[in-house]
Write a protein that binds this ligand. Sequence first.
Ligand code: CA
Length: 522
Amino acid sequence: MNIFKLTKSKLLLGTMFSLALMPVLSSTAQAKDVKCDKITPITMFFHFRDRMAYNEDLPIVRYVEKQTCTKIVSLAPKYASKSLSVLNLHLASGHLADVIGIHNFKPIANKYGMQGAFMPLNNLIDKYAPHIKKVFAENPEAKIKASAADGNIYYLPYFTPPKLKVGRAYFIREDWLKKLHLPVPKTVAELEKTLIAFRDQDPNGNGRKDEVPYCGRHWQEAVRLVNLFGSRTSGSDYYFDFYVNKQHKIKYAFVEPKFKEAYKHVIKWYKDKLIDAEIFTRGKRSREILFSRNQCGMVHDWISSTTSFNNAMQKRVPGFKLIAINPPKGIDGSQYEEHSRELVRKDGWGMARSTKHPIEVIKFLDWFYSPEGSRTNNYGIPGVSYNMVNGQPKFTKKVLAMPAVQDYLYKMGAAAPLGYVMDANYELQMVSPEVRNIYTRYTKFLIDQYPGVAYNKAEQRLYDRAWTVVNSNTVPEYLQKWMLGTADIDKTWDEYIQKIKVTGFFKLLDETQEAYNRTYKK
Ligand code: CA
């Protein structure tokens, strides 16, 4: 059998890879030995974050196999870089793996689920998945969020604990503030003065005007500065999503006149070189590049990873110190943090309707919600990345001393965007007291989220047609043109709105409102 041969050789490569990655894998492992009467093969198509397949190369997968008495046969290509493209090819092939998933899986699961590609899981969960059942019983709203418009559950989501809603914060260089004798900015007007000082007064002290006052590894974070000027950009932890206002009305910021006015301020900041001129092109490493060159003064980014630069930069940039400032008060007096993490993420996985052994597959998927499964995805492999201390999983000192714990876990195959419950302590352990304090301080600035809706088939068709065109093409295209100055926002606003209108987007907005009212009984 070719597949078998292929799998064996992959296994060997995988072993060598993991030994190089984790030399500490040794007899100290405390893994519970599971006696398997039989091994159930499970085919899997799980490609995620545009870089990884959940396959036997990952130490976690080999550990999971032993714990669940399965043999995972990955059908996802190893070296593909576009998770969604390869998933679409797989769905088009008609020969589906038993388990299918990707980051941001929910819309795909619901769409193809209602078309018959995915197994409705409600009954299987009831009968065979006690751990999943418990999570839904404890979080009734989560069940609504995970269900499609026909009431079926087609995907098993990744849950974030409510304790960890805070994700991003505004960070500023405290060492630069001190050097220039500036106070911590509390309003957008004070922030503007601060950024101008960063630009003009050489806080990095090299005699050159090379500072980038506001930088970011995602250009959308420059757009998000409209929050300080009376507009929104998103209502979830996805960029440019719908948002919901206090009256439970579904809104899309980028078609609102108040966005246009707010964005003009941001465009001016860009023109005035307060925002990185290369923010659209510099790429995902721009934060570390500009910090290590001592050039960037401010970001709005994930708290944990941003704070880690305070240690990482000490050698290169002595005195480097980023502090999280409270969200500056906007021109309308509002003060909030737009970003927060969702309880039920769109990440997750589901089961193909064509699977030959649905009971075994649901039991396998249920394992990930069990205490063992949860520990595995949160902490990795016992004895390797964590140990049980007083009944609680604790990362090893070696892991906690790593500069990028999360990256280490990702490489191992842990913390993948599949169906499980995130353990708040997983993150609280790896972050410093400083980060924990920011989480606490920022909680009061969070605002209500757009929880997502369950579209029916017709609504879903419209969503598929209009949303991608508008949200992935038209809006980013114009936002960039306006910021870069290649088109004037006032002169092109009407043509822009017209382009959005012809896709049926405004109808989609109305239908999303209906779906929202229906889903949450508003
Ligand atoms: Ca300088």
